[in-house]
Design a protein around this ligand. Structure first.
Ligand SMILES: CC(C)(COP(=O)(O)OP(=O)(O)OC[C@H]1O[C@@H](n2cnc3c(N)ncnc32)[C@H](O)[C@@H]1OP(=O)(O)O)[C@@H](O)C(=O)NCCC(=O)NCCS
Length: 99
């Protein structure tokens, strides 16, 4: 996990292993961007930066999830090559190649 300080735009989290709960809803990579820093491409860049790190952890396809209603996050995932897999509850699950 990358920490967030008061001047940071946001954070990304990489989960090295999936638990049963993470398989359903959390996925390998999460991110969030401070409201005042949104719509500047930070989340798209953060996911892009996280993918090679995941690859270095032997994760060949990263599971990335988002709420059904979270269209900005869906854009972020698809801009990084994410392929829709399925829905689990109100979550959409995508596989994103790490290379
Ligand atoms: C989802 C979130 C991470 C997006 O962060 P961001 O830095 O604003 O995203 P980006 O600037 O990289 O934008 C990604 C795409 O979403 C679009 N977008 C961003 N905010 C949007 C909004 N409020 N409404 C419509 N589209 C939006 C951008 O235009 C961009 O689309 P494009 O690729 O077609 O140009 C941010 O809104 C956030 O932190 N939300 C709360 C936490 C969260 O939902 N985390 C993700 C959990 S899966």
């Amino acid at each position: 996990m990358v920490g967030r300080g008061p001047t940071d735009a946001g954070q990304a989290t990489i989960r090295h292993h999936l638990t049963t709960a993470l398989e359903k809803t959390g996925g390998h990579i999460g991110y969030d961007v401070r409201p005042s820093a949104r719509r500047q491409g930070h989340a798209t860049a953060a996911l892009a930066a996280a993918l090679p790190i995941a690859r270095s952890l032997d994760i060949r396809q990263a599971l990335v999830t988002c709420d059904e209603t979270n269209s900005p996050s869906q854009c972020v995932i698809e801009a990084n090559g994410g392929r829709f897999n399925d829905r689990v509850g109100d979550k959409r699950r995508y596989w994103v190649p790490t290379s």
